[in-house]
Design a protein around this ligand. Structure first.
Ligand code: G3P
Ligand code: MG
Length: 494
């Protein structure tokens, strides 16, 4: 059997060094910013005193992942004028109309009595400013959440002021239509709206809220037994059950059946207690649904690849033709990175996880993985958002129609902005999240059509001034008396 010897690889085992001796030196790889990245061979030169042996690599140091990736894996860009991430012809089912929620507007902000008297007063004010009212009902906002309204579970403070204003704290006392359109997920819509209501200090209704996986409820008409991946604990089981999937399993249920399925995982007793193990040799999975970020890449990748290569969706089997695809896989969104509270660059999210799966699949089968990716910037998500917006208009203004001037406010050019641009919405980019451009800069690949702003408050104020006039007041005045202050120039602010 052929084997390497020292002369084959050119290693000089008399030369040793310690990694701690590393210091920049001439040579190395030139990075995109022109700096030189030191590599071990450069750092090693002339140093003999440590215990490290540097053995030359036999394979190229350049990543070979691209040949394994699906050719539409990367985020689309306006430059490439790509119509859709999934432009190879697969359709994405979405619900025909939004499901009426069990929990409508989350209340608890205003007392009922105060709200009634304020509504009365506001309706009198609105009667006297009909043109402005029509314009206010003819505009709408679609807000991204992470990096625009919040960072995880911490509000971006300007967002509180924005929501108060849009909920009626303005000169007309009118609700300006707005929905929340996030690529986040991993918990039920009810739970996330409750959290957002608390941190943003304004009521967020399930009926104005779309998470990455919300439109995927339509898939429950196609599949009964699903492996749901991602999210905290077992929360995504509840999400999928709410959507109507009949048999919902998670990777942890599989581990509770046979922990050896993931060789490096320590499966805790607490996790086992909440798991639903069954004899997975007898379960035929219909589809894999990735609903949120994996909390355990090793286990989730292993089990996903197992099912993708299986015979008809049975764990523990191998298809005779794995390249022809076994069961379908759906990802709830495709963002590569997301903003977090980490004081450094944005962190990897579902898109990065997906690309790794695609690369592994291609390396094992030689073929591209067929998969569907929901979420912004996918057309299906924006179409569903329109349905939600229409239904929300009916709830707040009793008018089942779409406002003409919709503004997407986002922090991620590669999802929020390109998606909004392609859908014909106006777009605003903010600097509180993924986009880090400086003053005067827009994103070169997917520029925001309306502008770039420091934060959501600045963006919303600019939009409202454009649509409702430069003098529009962002405060409601409770002391206004429409009879005394009547006329076209009526303002609730004294
Ligand atoms: O990409 C992951 C998710 O956190 C993004 O959420 O609200 O920015 O679409 P959002
Ligand atoms: Mg965002």
């Amino acid at each position: 059997m052929p084997r390497f010897d020292d002369s084959d690889i050119g290693a000089d085992l008399t030369q040793t060094r310690s990694p701690r001796d590393a210091r920049p030196s001439v040579g190395g790889i030139t990075a995109s910013d022109g700096t030189t990245l030191p590599i071990p061979a450069d750092l090693h030169h002339g140093r003999r005193e440590s215990e490290v042996v540097e053995v030359p690599a036999t394979r190229s140091s350049i990543s070979d992942a691209s040949q394994y990736m699906h050719n539409l894996s990367l985020n689309p860009s306006m430059r490439e004028k790509r119509g859709s991430r999934n432009s190879f012809g697969i359709s994405l089912p979405i619900p025909r109309s939004p499901r009426p929620s069990r929990l409508s507007i989350v209340s608890g902000i205003d007392s009922a009595k105060a709200a009634v008297s304020r509504e009365l007063l506001a309706s009198q004010v609105q009667d006297m400013a009909k043109e402005k009212v029509a314009a206010a009902k003819n505009m709408a906002f679609a807000f991204d959440i992470d990096g625009v309204l919040a960072h995880g579970n911490q509000a971006i403070l300007e967002a509180r002021e924005v929501l108060k204003m849009l909920n009626g704290d303005n000169e007309l006392g009118i609700k300006i239509p707005h929905i929340l359109l996030t690529n986040g997920g991993g918990k039920t819509e009810e739970e996330r709206c409750q959290q957002l209501t608390e941190i943003l200090e304004s009521p967020i209704s399930v009926d104005q809220f779309i998470q990455s996986h919300t439109p995927m409820q339509a898939l429950s008409e196609y599949y009964e037994t699903v492996l749901v991946v991602g999210g905290e604990g077992f929360k995504c089981r509840g999400v999928a059950q709410n959507y109507g999937f009949k048999h919902v399993y998670t990777p942890k249920d599989v581990l509770a059946w046979d922990a050896e399925a993931s060789p490096w995982r320590n499966f805790s007793d607490a996790e086992r207690a909440d798991a639903h193990p069954v004899d997975f040799k007898r379960v035929k999975f219909d589809a894999i649904l990735v609903f949120a970020d994996s909390r355990d890449y090793a286990t989730d990748m292993q089990l996903i690849i197992d099912l993708l290569l299986s015979e008809d969706g049975y764990f523990g089997t191998r298809s005779k033709n794995p390249e022809s695809g076994s069961i379908p896989i759906y990802f709830s969104q495709g963002d590569m990175v997301m903003p977090t509270q980490f004081k450094g660059p944005p962190r990897m999210t579902q898109g990065a996880f997906r690309i790794a799966i695609e690369a592994i699949y291609k390396a094992q089968t030689g073929t591209d993985l067929e998969r569907v990716v929901y979420g912004k910037p996918e057309l299906a998500t924006y179409k569903y958002a329109d349905e939600v917006l229409k239904a929300w208009m009916e709830q707040i203004h009793n008018e089942n129609r779409l406002p003409q001037n919709v503004y997407m406010i986002g922090d991620n050019p590669a999802s929020d902005i390109i998606g909004g641009n392609m859908y014909g919405w106006n777009t605003c980019l903010v600097r509180t999240g993924v986009f880090q451009g400086g003053p005067g800069e827009n994103d070169p690949n997917s520029p925001a059509s309306f502008g770039v702003f420091d934060n959501v408050l600045q963006a919303v104020q600019a939009v409202v001034r454009k649509e409702l006039g430069k003098e529009f007041k962002f405060k409601w005045n409770e002391k206004i008396n429409p009879v005394l202050h009547g006329g076209d120039s009526l303002s609730a602010v004294e």
